[in-house]
Design a protein around this ligand. Structure first.
Ligand SMILES: Nc1ncnc2c1ncn2[C@@H]1O[C@H](COP(=O)(O)OP(=O)(O)OP(=O)(O)O)[C@@H](O)[C@H]1O
Length: 716
């Protein structure tokens, strides 16, 4: 059987094309894990180049770090000074405390050996020690008090940055893997007080430096008076450093660890299958339980005793016996040294002085330990700070236009749209395949356009080009006689109401979800000024929202909710419980109430999204309405009503209507233009009757659906 511990160690060329500086990738299998380490050549072999590189890195990050520190200070300058001073105090505290203790111990030792006591000196030393302890307590209190406010302010300052930076990004930029990585880094840095932690790590480095200087001076002061004291301190320090470097955790190198054992993975996948409620229906329906159980047992058998313990732990088990012994024996070295010293010169040591030396040396060892073992080297911290600002600097990929749409085309109810030889491939696509190929068509104000075609033919993608979520890779789109790119993109978007296949339901109240169709009105919902005018406007808004809910078919669902329009269907609750096995019913009820997520069907969600669409279309500003499969989850009655209501937007209100559907019939018959998409190409366009006469793809698909209905009728 395979050994559960280290099974393989191999060195590979990093990427085949990487330079020597990039180093090599080293792979190691331990337990179920594979550890990949990036091993760089020792930079100290080339000191000139090393210094130059380090210097460059510092020059790059320093201005950003300066800005970061300035911004952190700006949240509360006075409080920040108090916080830093108390931090500085605590970093020198142990050294000063030690010095004061050593004074008291010395006085006591002198008194014991001379049998004479200098009461005043002892009293003064004890008094100073007590004052010092009092000041330390004040400092500690101030530190905690200021820290809570400061960490909150710094955290929210950078949270707001994240919000702003994210909201500014257009879709292609947001989907770019580099941006995504930066945003994720940003979130990682800022969530759970990340920005504050960075500030603290930075100030911690300064504190450690202050702490080391103070500790070394005090230690030298104490040890210097002891016979052999300096040697003692040195040995103690070496012992500490030995401990530090004896065992290197994986996380101190650039490493990536993953579970590479196929049997272990299979066990986890099978376990995952039964844990997810979403899979349960099919597991029961398809009677998969025996299969899952057997396969889990088979994988378990094949896994054998290969361990899934934390890899650091497994590496620790592998340490050679000699190293374990040498590490353990090093514990005794100071004691042995001390014994030898006493043997040579019994009068040179006193127990208090030994205790002091031991304490001083071990405190210093821990401080040095922090410098070496702290995962955040100073430069690393600075690089993290740089990542904080990277999202802010990200340039949007879409160049915004400057033409004010409503100013340029002031009086219109509908919208003219022309596509001229438009081709498009998604920026994220790895294959670069064109999903829209050379598509051309004309839509006039107030017309109804229906886009049909098979799955993946590019229907939804076409909609995303109408409002510049993406720009075509080639070809042109004209809106009301102007190139779409010339307009301010947000203006054009405001003049459209779009319902995509994957519509959103925000974790807000139902009324706000609908009201977001017209964001400028939505803010009225939370207006706290209770003037007569505001109350009147809020009332009007509520009526309009109810009207939109009726048009979208969600009114009844809303009425059924306990809090009606105020209901938050899926709230974002941050909660946790400490125990769950012995809770009372009242406890469980409260938990359920706090976490209450309403059961809403796909059709009901769709009705809510439609209500938002109708609320948006109620604005005169909206000139084009586009809906992508808006009836996919609706019952036939609602589907018919929806068609009527949407058509009304075009026939009575003059808005241009674009409708994507798989269903042929009511809407296609009334469409001014039907666009038939196939594999990214527009293969046919025209009116229903003309396309039927043509006998092409549309006629074929229409007949297929019609026949299906007919045969259903026959069956009945
Ligand atoms: N964000 C995206 N990034 C990369 N490729 C995408 C993206 N969205 C869609 N695609 C690809 O573009 C092609 C066209 O997709 P699109 O969603 O426009 O088709 P569709 O006709 O609306 O399909 P359906 O009828 O299934 O909704 C598909 O091959 C799809 O995989």
């Amino acid at each position: 059987m395979e050994t559960p511990l280290i099974q393989e160690k191999a060195k590979n060329d990093a990427t085949g094309k990487s330079s020597k500086q990039d180093g090599v990738l080293e792979f190691q299998t331990v337990g179920i894990w594979t550890i990949m380490r990036q091993v760089k050549p020792h930079s100290w072999l080339f000191p000139g180049r090393y210094l130059l590189e380090e210097g460059k890195k510092w020059m790059e990050v320093l201005p950003i770090v300066y800005r970061f520190v300035q911004e952190c200070f700006s949240v509360a300058p006075g409080m920040m000074i108090v916080y830093l001073v108390s931090n500085f105090w605590s970093s020198t505290e142990s050294a000063i405390g030690l010095y004061l203790s050593s004074q008291i111990l010395n006085i006591m030792q002198n008194a014991i050996s001379s049998r004479k006591m200098d009461g005043y000196t002892l009293f003064r030393a004890v008094f100073v020690r007590i004052i010092f302890t009092f000041l330390s307590s004040v400092s500690s209190r101030l530190k905690k008090q200021t820290m809570s406010t400061l960490s909150n302010r710094v955290r929210y300052l950078f949270d707001e940055r994240l919000l702003q930076a994210n909201l500014r990004l257009d879709l292609p930029t947001h989907e770019n893997p580099d941006t995504e990585e930066n945003i994720n880094k940003f979130i990682a840095r800022t969530s759970q007080g990340g920005a504050w932690n960075l500030f603290n790590s930075l100030s911690r480095k300064l504190q450690i430096s202050a702490s080391i200087v103070s500790q070394v001076s005090i230690l030298l002061g104490i040890l210097n008076h002891q016979h052999g004291g300096l040697w003692f301190g040195l040995i103690y320090l070496i012992k500490g450093l030995f401990d530090i470097f004896d065992f290197q955790s994986i996380w101190e190198s650039t490493a990536y660890v993953w579970d590479s054992n196929p049997h272990y993975r299979r066990m986890r996948s099978l376990m995952q299958m039964i844990k997810q409620t979403a899979h349960r229906v099919e597991i029961i329906t398809d009677v998969l339980s025996d299969y899952i159980h057997q396969e889990w047992l088979r994988a378990r058998k094949l896994l054998g005793d290969i361990s899934d313990e934390y890899p650091n732990q497994l590496l620790d088990y592998e340490r050679p016996l000699l190293r374990i012994f040498s590490s353990n024996i090093s514990e005794d070295i100071p004691l042995v040294f001390y014994a030898i010293q006493i043997y040579i010169n019994p009068k040179s040591f006193s127990l208090p002085s030994v205790a002091l030396m031991q304490q001083a040396s071990s405190t210093l060892t821990w401080t040095v330990y922090e410098i070496f073992r702290d995962e955040n080297s100073l430069l690393q911290i600075c690089h993290k700070i740089k990542a904080l600002y990277a999202v802010e600097k990200t340039e949007n990929k879409l160049q915004d236009g400057s033409l004010n749409y409503f100013g340029t085309i002031p009086e219109a109810r509908g919208m003219d749209v022309i596509f001229k030889n438009v081709s498009f491939s998604y920026p994220k696509s790895t294959t670069g395949i064109q999903v829209i190929k050379n598509v051309s068509f004309n839509v006039k104000k107030g017309q109804t356009v229906v886009i049909v075609g098979s799955n993946g033919s590019g229907k939804s993608t076409l909609l995303k080009l109408f409002n510049r979520l993406y720009d075509p890779t080639s070809g042109e789109i004209h809106v009301d006689g102007h190139p779409l790119q010339d307009f301010v993109a947000a203006d054009v978007r405001r003049s459209m109401a779009m319902l995509y296949q994957t519509y959103s339901h925000y974790p807000l109240s139902i009324q706000e979800n609908i009201a977001l169709g017209q964001p400028e009105l939505a803010s009225l919902l939370h207006d706290e000024r209770k003037t007569e005018k505001i109350i009147e406007r809020q009332k009007e808004l509520t009526e309009k929202l109810a009207e939109a809910a009726k048009l979208g078919g969600s009114f009844e669902l809303i009425q059924e909710q306990k809090q009606g329009f105020e209901t938050v269907l899926h709230p974002t609750v941050w909660s946790w419980s400490t125990r769950s096995n012995d809770t009372s019913q009242a406890f469980k009820d409260k938990m359920a109430e706090v976490n209450n997520k309403a059961d809403v069907s796909a059709g009901q969600w769709q009705r809510l999204a439609l209500s938002r669409l109708f609320f948006r279309t109620a604005s005169d500003r909206v000139r084009l309405v586009a809906a992508d499969e808006p009836s996919a989850s609706l019952d036939p009655q609602m589907e018919y009503e929806l068609f009527e209501r949407l058509r009304n937007l075009s026939t009575s209100h003059g808005k241009t209507l674009i409708y994507v559907t798989h269903r042929f019939g009511y809407l296609t018959k009334h469409a001014d233009i039907i666009l038939v998409m196939h594999k990214g190409e527009l293969i046919e366009q025209g009116k229903h009757e003309d396309l039927l006469v043509k006998g092409g793809e549309y006629a074929k698909l229409y007949k297929l659906q019609a026949e299906a209905f007919m045969s259903d009728d026959k069956v009945e």
